[in-house]
Design a protein. Structure first.
Length: 42
C-alpha cells in the first residue's frame, strides 16, 4: 500500500484509528492496525 493512499484513507475516516502524540507524531495501536487490515480483506 502506498503511503499517500494510507494517509488519504486516514484523513477521510476510512483508515485505522490513530492517536496524535503531544509532539505531533501519529501512532496506531498494533491491534487497531491488524483489525483494519482484516476488515479490508472481507
Amino acid at each position: 500500500m502506498h503511503r499517500s493512499s494510507f494517509h488519504r484513507w486516514r484523513a477521510t475516516g476510512r483508515g485505522p484509528q490513530t492517536m496524535r502524540l503531544p509532539n505531533g507524531q501519529v501512532r496506531i495501536r498494533r491491534s487497531d492496525l491488524k483489525n483494519w487490515f482484516d476488515s479490508l480483506e472481507s
